[in-house]
Design a protein around this ligand. Structure first.
Ligand SMILES: Nc1ncnc2c1ncn2[C@@H]1O[C@H](COP(=O)(O)OP(=O)(O)OP(=O)(O)O)[C@@H](O)[C@H]1O
Length: 662
């Protein structure tokens, strides 16, 4: 960087008179007293480079073509420096100064000054294209400033070559943004006009040129970065927008505009929370340096409520100051797809994987294949382990629905969570809920299939909600009130006798009818024993491979034992028995010894139809619900139940039974 050091100015005024010292050095090679250190060092360099101190041919001139190339190379510098050189000249006009700009190798690129002076300086080759390096012109302000990298004033006899003993030069280097020297600014005049302030002026002008070049460069970098950012914003598949440190929207890419149906010009400059609602608000990203991951943002456009998931990060500069934020917006589908991919919400099986040629199974497959091509709700009825989920997955895959396959075991989710699991919840809707809100399984299954396993175990009040969802094809999240449309194929399954449940009042009749559009009865294994050899043939190699064994077959008598058994656990139980057999088998063929005693002995007791043991109050509650579901009014329900209307109201209240009188 340019700065005057005491070393460069010290005693420079005496320099032009000190001819004696110069003579001592050039004639006798002595180290004279009273010469500045930097001058002495320069003289020594010149002597070493064999510069002739008496030569009249100093400062070689480069060919015009090379000058053109050099000027082009320093075009920016020349353009920036020109007005400063002019201003400098104006300040000293008529006082015998010439001002010139050289490149970092000392080649004069631009020269200005009194015309007479310019003419005069031609005599010592101070012209455009002359090389004023130490090597070509001995100690001089330009050449020496290049070597020491600092401003310097060289006076009279401090010049190494005698031709310059009558002049004084003041030069300051100019650096670019990367501290690389790109040129030298110089002012020269006769020695008697010398003044240390001349160097000060040159330094100030060089500094101003340097600043302007650096600002231009920074501006160029910003413009370039901005252009890159704009192109990136347009090309990324996600919606991206930026807000400034006051949370005003600065940029948004066409994807965001498209997602929310916005015009860029309508929202640029608006306070982000006035446009997009989410909890916590988007402004908190800049106000509290909050980082948001997969937070739902809601946008009302007058007609619709649009929901998207966002990620937001504050932009923090090197000093730790928040400059704004970047917000990435994902379509709900993208997020659901990602979640589904991660959680494996895909159906793996097709009808080919449903093994069996028995009439009953073939019939079930046939109905399923036909129904798969429609959008109808399907009810799969069958005992545990008969392959209901296998059927559901096969139906989904045959339906060519592009969305995911989401299986929900209604009996495995705690009662308190089932509603939010299925329908999702709004931000902060209940204690313990993720404060950002979450979509439920129905939303995640959008465009695909939801498989409601063990539907018979769904609580009564939720059955009412499910019924509404099936009727209206939209869900309302827990704690919310805005309906969200869904396109989901529903497959329900149960191993319970739904009709009986309806009769006892634990399953809503209207929901039963709604689900019972296409019913597929999957036969238990004991009713299709002819499929057992096929299943064994299909499963043995798979199990064997999985367990790293080499069991490839089964003896006829062992197979006969399997066929004689009644299989209360159906195909799942058969699978387990075969797996156990493969584990214990010594050879390659399964025999009776590898099959559990209980199966060999056909020891299977038909489970007695158990009547659920319930407290009296629960029986009363169920009886009331059942009655209310089946009769049109409270008056009639009270009549059927044999109690007064007011008692019925009291009990509805007491058991917290959801009931709405039409
Ligand atoms: N016909 C079949 N061919 C091949 N494998 C079958 C068949 N039926 C069932 N399985 C296999 O038996 C096991 C149980 O099947 P699945 O889980 O589909 O039964 P489910 O009726 O849904 O049982 P649950 O009611 O207990 O949920 C699975 O490993 C499945 O692959």
């Amino acid at each position: 960087m340019t700065s005057i050091t005491s070393a460069n100015t010290e005693s420079s005024l005496l320099g032009f008179k000190n001819k004696e010292a110069w003579e001592k050095f050039v004639y006798h090679g002595e180290i004279p007293q009273g010469v500045r250190k930097l001058i002495l060092e320069s003289w020594q360099r010149c002597a070493q480079m064999k510069v002739d101190p008496f030569s009249r041919e100093i400062a070689r001139i480069i060919p015009p073509k090379e000058l053109i190339v050099r000027k082009k190379r320093r075009q920016d510098l020349l353009q920036t420096a020109k007005p400063y050189i002019k201003t400098l000249y104006k300040a000293v006009e008529g006082s015998g100064f010439i001002i010139f700009l050289a490149d970092e190798e000392g080649v004069v690129l631009l020269l200005d000054g009194d015309p007479l002076e310019i003419e005069r300086f031609k005599r010592i080759n101070l012209v455009e294209g002359a090389v004023w390096s130490e090597k070509e012109a001995g100690t001089n302000a330009v050449g020496t400033a290049i070597i020491i990298g600092q401003p310097v004033q060289i006076v009279g006899c401090e010049h190494y070559c005698a031709t310059q003993h009558s002049i004084t030069c003041s030069a300051a280097p100019i650096f670019d943004g990367e501290h690389k020297m790109i040129g030298i600014l110089n002012m020269s005049a006769d020695s008697e006009k010398v003044h240390p302030h001349t160097l000060g002026m040159v330094i100030a002008a060089a500094k101003a040129i340097e600043n302007e070049i650096q600002i231009k460069k920074a501006l160029e970098d910003i413009i370039k970065a901005n252009a890159i950012m704009k192109t990136t914003l347009v090309s990324v598949p996600e919606g991206v927008m930026t807000i400034d440190e006051k949370s005003f929207i600065r940029q948004l890419n066409p994807k965001v505009a498209g997602m929310f149906g916005l015009k860029e010009e309508d929202v640029i400059g608006k306070f982000v929370d006035d446009v997009f609602k989410c909890s916590p608000p988007l402004s908190s990203v800049v106000e509290k340096a909050a980082v948001m991951d997969n937070v739902e943002v809601i946008f009302e456009n007058g007609k619709n409520t649009l929901r998207y998931t966002i990620k937001a990060r504050p932009i923090i500069n090197e000093e730790g100051k928040i400059m704004g934020a970047v917000i990435v917006v994902h379509g709900r589908e993208t997020i659901h797809r990602l979640v589904n991919e991660i959680t494996g919400a895909q159906a793996q099986f097709t009808f080919h994987a449903i093994i069996g040629r028995s009439k009953k199974l073939e019939r079930a497959k046939e109905i399923a294949r036909t129904a798969a091509l429609t959008n109808s709700t399907i009810l799969l009825l069958g005992e545990s382990g008969t392959g209901k989920e296998l059927f559901a997955q096969s139906i989904h895959n045959a339906s060519r629905r592009k969305g995911p396959f989401i299986a929900v075991n209604c009996s495995a989710i705690p009662r308190t969570l089932i509603e939010s699991e299925l329908f999702g919840y709004e931000a902060g809707s209940f204690t313990g809920a993720n404060r950002n809100g979450r979509p439920g399984k129905f939303e995640r299954a959008n465009g695909g299939t939801i498989f409601l396993d063990e539907i018979g175990d769904m609580p009564l009040d939720l059955q009412a909600v499910l019924l509404r969802v099936l009727q209206e094809r939209q869900v309302v999240r827990v704690g919310g009130f805005k309906p969200i449309p869904i396109d989901v194929r529903v497959i329900a399954a149960t191993n319970k006798n739904l009709a009986a449940k309806v009769a006892e009042g634990t399953f809503r009749e209207d929901l039963y009818f709604r689900l019972n559009v296409v019913t597929i009865n999957i036969p238990p294994l004991r009713e299709r024993k002819e499929d057992i050899p096929l299943l064994v043939e299909y499963m043995l190699p798979q199990i064997s491979k999985r367990l790293g064994k080499k069991v490839i077959g089964i003896t006829p008598r062992a197979l006969k034992c399997l066929q004689d058994y009644d299989w209360p656990g159906n195909v799942r139980e058969l699978e387990n028995v075969l797996e156990r057999g493969v584990v214990v088998a010594q050879g390659e063929i399964l025999d009776c010894g590898d099959i559990p005693e209980s199966v060999l002995a056909g020891q299977y007791t038909t489970p007695v139809q158990q009547v659920e043991l319930l407290p009296l109050a629960e029986i009363e509650r169920r009886a009331i619900i059942n009655t209310l579901n089946r009769v049109p009014s409270i008056v009639e329900a009270a009549k059927v139940l044999g109690i007064s209307r007011s008692t019925l109201y009291r009990k509805i209240d007491q058991y917290n039974i959801p009931y709405k009188e039409d």
